[in-house]
Design a protein around this ligand. Sequence first.
Ligand code: B12
Length: 333
Amino acid sequence: MARRKEKTYQPGPAVQAAWPPGVSGNVLNGQGETAFRKASPFFWHPPTQHPFGTLQQLASDGCRCTQEAVDEFAAARNYPALVPVNPERAERTAAEWTALAREFALANESDLFGATTVKEHYIVEGYDIDVPNVVMLGFAHDYDNLKQVPSSPANGKGIAEVGRQYARCTRASYKLANWIRSQGFNAYPYPGPRADALLLIPPAIDAGLGELGKHGSLINRTYGANLRLAGVTTDMPLVFNDQDVFGSDDFCLNCRICEDACPPDAITDTKQWVRGAERWYVDFDKCIPFFAENAGCAICLAVCPWSRPGIADNLVVKMARRRATQAGGHGQS
Ligand code: B12
């Protein structure tokens, strides 16, 4: 077996000074907990709601490393107004509403569309979501820009690309929410970049957008992990998607490209219990210092084999073949 790469990264003094004494983000996130509980408000929530407020400010300042990145993140935080809900609505089936909403979303900047019901483990502790359904949207980064991470004042292309796609998340989720409202239903956008009531990865998995990767981000069968997410909660009747299990989780079991590439060694090779579910988990205490010092990082997204354009289709076929061989093998024994 090949040896793991030596990691030499050590957090610098600014991160150490900003760290809340005695606090672990992994404990706050419920690493090692086998019973279910909701996620606690965490990074990118208002700084008064969690203990990492000072570090969050440091990370946020670091992401403004070039004027282009500043401008893209400003566009991402330019939240439009929500229109009032139309008191009149047409009689349509859930299938008809879903087809119309999908068509609208895909024509208005989203690359992916899926729907599911709102479940308890999507909602952050202390928040409420009082509509039953959620539409999940996916947005691919420009891969050539994204792969220039980590960013710095000398080359901010990677983090500017993250900001640019967040701006698309904002525009697209608000446009879809306003379209749904104009059709007579409640709708609330969750665009990122700031955190809110809704965790985005768990509903994206249930809405068929992909599987959770070893690097803690969702892997889609077309775009890999080269993807941002946004959501719109609503009471519009919708047809729900099934999960899309296409083999990336199995692939992660034997792949360690992101583990090896992660400078602070934050990605682990085994699944862990976190708030009652056994799944991939990224060590926040190791990840965040490098993230804060390197303008948002995203190396794990860029190196993921599923993210390279044109590769995911082949990997889906390869994983289907592997499953068929394994099933055949079991049948013969
Ligand atoms: C806080 C946050 C961070 C923090 C903490 C990261 C973390 N692991 O939670 C920091 C700043 C370190 C961070 C870094 C990054 N993030 Co971030 N982050 C968020 C944010 C705002 C909230 C997540 C949260 O509260 N985490 C704390 C707890 C809940 O984490 P957790 O228990 O480990 O759970 C995570 C997953 O396991 C999964 N999950 C939670 N519950 C359950 C339950 C089940 C059953 C399953 C299967 C999965 C699952 O969702 C959680 C999100 O990572 C979300 C947006 C959102 N509203 O969801 C974006 C988000 C998760 N981040 C994203 C990305 C891309 C990144 C980065 C690559 C940075 C970048 N340049 O874009 C790195 C990757 C680091 C990593 N893999 O962890 C994307 C992921 C897109 C994708 N393809 O999946 C999101 C969805 C933002 C977006 N709008 O697209 N992030």
